[in-house]
Design a protein around this ligand. Structure first.
Ligand code: AMP
Ligand code: ZN
Length: 466
């Protein structure tokens, strides 16, 4: 039985979908005004792991992810310029071109990270009519009011406002940097529709004149359209809880008159060098930048898999290098299991499979599942172990099916069995770890098996002892 931590109830709960073996889920997607950074991508890796676990459990998925290409303003409190319009102005392009360019880059990042795209990708600008109708209905029901710069949600009409973050409206008001707009009935009322002046490039006709949607209404209108009034699960990054998701809840529940999402799940933040990622500190990295530094996107995925999704993860290049090395060792080990003709006892395999299933179903405990994989790889070499690792990889998404012989730099004397290759990898790691006693021990073992090892400037030379 899958258990997940529900932000709404602050408890780990049994996951019981509405439609038997199908899961209807919505995931907040990117605002496509710039490259996704590794923090954003951590959130999508979390979404992907969750989806993979559900598929592993036999669920069918109907997942929706939005692409925000309008309405996300510089300030979450409905102020400032539209992020896309600003990027368009700076790059002397149209907002449509900006959106198309960064959407393509985003999809390429997802593919490089083995993140499977949700079944439905919904662009905000393709759903303007649904948003207008949503706002009209809120207005009819008395939850919305029009002022000179737009239509706003009246939070005083929605007494449970703040239930996801546990913040009362008063606390929110005290802590917020919500700009005073004297026409608003309450400072925390938020924009459903903004009126546009002629300088605003993206704008559409509406019952309130020319304008564009608020950011939060996008997710509400699109989730309702594709998943229905009430659906199972909603995911996003933890930063979306206090504003974006509170507002989504207010909109959907005001319209439906009941709770509309059963489980809310949020991925924790990625920090860099122990602090916040920020452009001014120059520590906002993209996948392309990691690749330039010699890391594969899957090294980054593996790095993320080592931390539970509800724990903050501190990104450092040392950490990423350790992940890369560890992944190389896994590949070497998998390769030697793959190359073996031996079999493993059924009961042993079953035991690992059970442990793995238990770990992933316990609120997506991927670090624990990786630990189980490591233990399993220590078993005597066998093709069955490789087959089970491939099965686990349906969740890990680390391309275990594409592993090749471990890379070891050697001279011409590179003709040696897999067993030796693995020992060489182990020795390489021991030396990296400055465990020279172990490195020497491994060298002796290699010698016992009939090979000599020589460290040269070009790499390790392995020669068969005649
Ligand atoms: P955005 O494109 O700005 O709308 O953000 C896309 C997603 O990335 C959202 O779900 C955010 O919650 C998430 N996000 C932003 N910064 C970080 C971070 N440092 N670590 C993890 N997730 C983040
Ligand atoms: Zn959203």
């Amino acid at each position: 039985m899958l258990k997940v931590y529900n932000t709404l109830t602050r408890k780990k709960e049994d996951f019981i979908p509405i439609h038997d073996k199908s899961v209807y889920m919505y995931s907040c997607g990117p605002t496509v005004y710039s490259y996704a950074h590794i923090g954003n991508l951590r959130t999508y890796i979390f979404m992907d792991l969750l989806r993979r676990v559900m598929k592993y459990d036999g669920y069918k998925l109907k997942g929706v992810m939005n692409i925000t290409d309008v309405g996300h303003l510089l300030d979450d409190a409905d102020d400032g310029e539209d992020k896309l319009q600003k990027a368009a102005r700076e790059q002397k392009k149209s907002p449509w071109e900006i959106a198309e360019f960064y959407t393509d880059v985003f999809f390429r990042d997802l593919a490089a990270l083995n993140i499977n795209k949700p079944e439905i990708i919904a662009k905000a600008t393709d759903h303007i009519q649904e948003m207008i109708q949503f706002v009209e209905k809120l207005e009819e029901k008395g939850y919305a009011y029009e002022i000179s710069d737009g239509v706003y949600f009246d939070i005083s009409k929605f007494p449970s406002y703040g239930k996801l973050s546990g913040q009362t409206v008063d606390e929110k008001e005290a802590g917020a940097r919500i700009e005073e707009n004297s026409e608003k009935r309450h400072p925390a009322d938020f924009a459903l529709w903004k009126k546009a002046d002629k300088n605003h490039i993206m704008q559409w006709p509406s019952p309130w004149g020319q304008g564009y949607p608020g950011w939060h209404i996008e997710c509400s209108a699109m989730s309702r359209k594709y998943l229905g009034e009430v659906f199972d699960l909603h995911t996003g990054g933890i930063d979306a809880v206090p504003v974006h998701h509170e507002n989504e809840i207010a909109q959907n529940e005001a319209l439906a008159g009941k709770q509309t999402v059963n489980y809310w799940m949020h991925g924790e933040f990625m920090m860099v060098d122990g602090g916040k990622m920020s452009k001014s500190l120059g520590n906002v990295y993209t996948i392309a930048q990691l690749e330039e530094k010699g890391y594969s996107p899957l090294d980054f995925r593996f790095f993320c898999l080592n931390a539970h999704y509800r724990k903050k993860l501190n990104f450092t290049f040392d950490g990423l290098t350790a992940a890369k090395t560890s992944r190389e060792r896994i590949s070497a080990s998998l390769y030697s299991h793959k190359s073996s003709d031996a079999a493993t006892d059924k009961a042993v395999l079953e035991n690992y499979k059970n442990q793995f299933t238990e770990a992933i179903n316990d609120d997506i405990n991927i670090p624990l599942a990786l630990g189980i994989l490591f233990n399993m790889l220590k078993e005597p070499k066998s093709k069955d172990i490789y087959a089970l690792a491939l099965d686990f990889d349906k969740v890990f998404g680390l391309s275990f099916d594409k592993i090749s012989a471990p890379e070891t730099k050697i001279g011409q004397e590179n003709d040696y069995p897999q067993e030796i290759a693995e020992l060489i990898e182990k020795r390489k790691q021991a030396k990296k770890d400055k465990n020279f006693a172990l490195a020497d021990e491994i060298r002796s073992e290699i010698a016992r098996l009939g090979y000599s090892v020589l460290d040269t400037r070009e790499g390790v030379k392995v020669t068969k002892i005649q």
